[in-house]
Design a binder for this molecule. Structure first.
Ligand code: ADP
Length: 317
């Protein structure tokens, strides 16, 4: 009986040992897996640290590059500002010089004109042959004085525009009234009897413009349409569009060589087909500035020996 109990105990102990050794095995497996996982984690951590180190170096490099770029840009901007200041100073000096010399010219011109007037008085008292010759010469002198005065006025105006010392005073206006007024002025002085034809389309509207500047610009462009054409009347079409008015001033004259169209609005530029036609090449440059001061823009289309058309767009407000 006692022996049987001992055997049973041994059996139980044996089974327990077996169970414990099974548990031990699975525990060691788990420990191995954990150790492996920890090793992997460590490796990942090391890789990550290496990656961060590399990225930090790259970022530092980029940062240094950006700082030096920024310094370069700052330097360039400083130089540009300096150049701009110099340019403004030069412009002011140029404009001052032009204005002073223009005024200086006026006195000798006035003296020439008064001497020419004296010659006219002498001419009136002379015999017909001398009178005719003297009148012709004084006529030349007066024409040249007018031309010189106009040129000086234009140079002065352009100087004013380029130094931005032009005041723009916009008020409400009816453009058709302005065009009719200009057309009448040209009718009076046009010796060949030509007139400006006016056509309108769209819903008529008033708009905000500096009337003096627009009068000057339009007179110059309409004047050119008469000056650079013969026989046929120049034509203006005033088209009231949705946000702006478009005025197209068309003539059927000498036209402009295609390759010269881009330079036309440069001061003193005259196309090569204008020989024998008086002009200074300043009118369009001034007109363009005046139109832009009114918020508008001007473009041109032309065909040599067929005619030209200048398009002026002015917004309503
Ligand atoms: P100007 O008529 O005094 O020479 P502008 O500045 O008014 O000066 O015009 C510049 C140039 O543009 C002119 O010399 C001429 O070559 C050209 N031009 C302007 N308007 C016309 C036109 N309607 N037809 C042909 N050429 C023109």
């Amino acid at each position: 009986m006692k022996d049987k109990k001992i055997t049973t105990d041994i059996l139980i102990q044996h089974r327990m040992i077996e169970k414990l050794s099974g548990m031990n095995e699975s525990l060691s497996e788990e420990i191995e897996i954990r150790i492996k996982a920890e090793e992997d984690l460590l490796l990942h951590q090391q890789n990550l640290k290496q990656l961060i180190r590399e990225q930090t170096v790259k970022l530092e490099q980029k940062n240094t590059e950006l700082i030096s770029r920024n310094n370069e840009l700052e330097q360039a901007s400083n130089e540009l500002n300096k150049a701009l200041k110099q340019e403004k100073h030069l412009r002011r000096m140029k404009s001052h010089f032009v204005s002073v010399t223009s005024h200086q010219f006026r006195t000798p011109l006035a003296i020439i004109q008064s001497n020419s007037d004296l010659l006219n008085i002498i001419a009136d008292k002379s015999g017909p042959k001398t009178k005719e010759r003297l009148k012709r010469y004084t006529g030349y002198i007066s024409n040249e004085i007018v031309r010189m005065t106009e040129l000086m006025d234009d140079v002065l105006l352009l100087g004013k525009v380029s130094t931005s010392s032009m005041t723009v005073l916009k008020t409400r206006h009816n453009i058709i009234r302005l065009i009719t007024e200009i057309a009448l002025q040209f009718k009076d002085i046009q010796q060949d009897g030509r007139t400006l034809e006016i056509e309108t389309s769209g819903q008529k509207r008033d708009f905000q413009i500096d009337i003096k500047l627009m009068h000057h610009a339009l007179s110059n462009i309409i004047g050119n349409a008469f000056k650079y054409s013969k026989l046929r009347n120049p034509h203006i079409h005033i088209d009231y569009q949705e946000n702006s008015v478009c005025m197209s001033i068309r003539d059927f004259g000498i036209g402009i060589p295609n390759e010269e169209l881009d330079n036309l609005f440069q001061p003193f530029y005259r196309a090569k087909n204008t020989e024998g036609i008086p002009g200074s090449g300043l009118g369009l440059a001034i007109s363009k500035e005046y139109i832009e001061l009114n918020g508008g823009k001007i473009t041109v289309e032309s065909k040599l020996k067929v005619g030209s058309c200048f398009f002026i767009h002015i917004p309503y407000s």
